[in-house]
Design a binder for this molecule. Structure first.
Ligand SMILES: Nc1ncnc2c1ncn2[C@@H]1O[C@H](COP(=O)(O)OP(=O)(O)O)[C@@H](O)[C@H]1O
Ligand SMILES: [Mg+2]
Length: 318
């Protein structure tokens, strides 16, 4: 379990201090995959570095299985981490890289073969890591994280730049670790990835927690939905539904032909029955759900450091 309390990190800045992590509280429970989601610059990596004792909090605390990680005697047995997959000596083979790491933590060398097999790198274990593709480097980083068979695993943007095969592999692997009862904490700036991988979400923006809930809860709270209604007598249908306390908005149809109603507060079956009871005709009755990506964008819209549309302008002004 990972537990953060009032965790804060400030970096000195030319005009005072920049708050990267702003007094956050969260708990990462074992036995499930917790997604740490937020736009670039939200504070995910800084939080992860504090969990691992690589950055000292300005204030607040974070503990791994009840104690500060930096105090651990054999850190790789407590927590496995992938923070920067490129932090590997390019001239060293995958096997030698893992041997060196194992030795530094008093882990028997037999474990090296096991983790190479675990991530599917046995056949290239003798090759220089510098020649590895991004996906192979990522697997090697995960192999290193698993050397000490740790109960807690922290992966920072593990699928960044991976091909679909690699993404699927990371997803399956994370699921397996959680099913084994481990604590799994994985960051990403992409909702689409997280929606397939995480059971629980901690969403962060500008160093603050924006949501801490199950994936299912996030969906029902943030992914808006409405029922699209098309009918020849649209105005009449709209009035009828309003009389049943539905919220009705008439908009130009997406197909460019005519208009449609967007109805909330009344589900599709109820709409169909109400309309039929008046002897009116429907041409379409569809439940439309906004995607999780949309929900995430809406939630973090105010917390993105530079929006795509303005970033270029700000860059030009400097
Ligand atoms: N070593 C550092 N010195 C100064 N500012 C930093 C440093 N590391 C991160 N930051 C700033 O802290 C904020 C959070 O960064 P980071 O934790 O890397 O975000 P994320 O991983 O969510 O993209 C950003 O504004 C970033 O510029
Ligand atoms: Mg990061």
């Amino acid at each position: 379990m990972i537990r953060a309390h009032a965790l804060t990190k400030r970096f000195p800045d030319k005009d005072g201090d920049r708050v990267a992590v702003d007094g956050i509280d969260f708990v990462v429970e074992p036995g499930r995959v917790t997604g740490f989601l937020g736009p670039n610059g939200a504070g995910k990596s800084t939080t992860m570095r504090m969990i691992l004792g690589l950055d000292a909090p300005t204030s607040g605390t974070v503990s791994v299985n009840g104690h500060r990680y930096a105090a651990a005697r054999a850190p790789l047995r407590e927590i496995g981490a992938l923070l920067d997959a490129h932090a590997i000596h390019p001239g060293r083979s995958a096997r030698d890289h893992l041997r060196w790491m194992a030795a530094s933590n008093g882990i028997p060398t037999t474990r090296v073969g096991e983790v190479l097999e675990l991530v599917g790198l046995e056949s290239v274990a003798g090759q220089r890591a510098g020649k590895f593709s991004l996906g192979m480097g990522q697997r090697l980083g995960i192999a290193a994280a698993m050397l000490g068979d740790p109960p807690v695993v922290v992966l920072d943007e593990p699928v960044n730049g991976l091909d679909p095969e690699g993404i699927r592999w990371v997803r399956t692997f994370a699921r397996q670790l959680a099913d084994e009862g481990r604590t799994v904490f994985i960051s990403s700036h992409l909702m689409s990835e997280m929606s397939l991988m995480a059971d629980h979400l901690v969403v962060i923006g500008r160093g603050r927690i924006l949501a801490d809930c199950s994936m299912a809860e996030f969906m029902s709270d943030h992914a808006a939905s409405y029922v699209r209604v098309k009918a020849p007598a649209l105005t009449e249908v709209g009035r009828l539904l309003q009389a049943r306390d539905a919220e009705v908005e008439m908009v130009a149809s997406g197909t460019g032909r005519g208009s449609e109603l967007r109805v909330t507060g009344l589900d599709a079956p109820a709409i169909g029955e109400a309309v039929a009871a008046q002897g009116l005709v429907l041409h379409e009755l569809t439940l439309v759900r906004s995607s999780l990506e949309d929900a995430f964008m809406a939630l973090t819209a105010d917390s993105v450091e530079f929006h795509a549309s303005t970033a270029a302008l700000e860059g030009a002004g400097r």
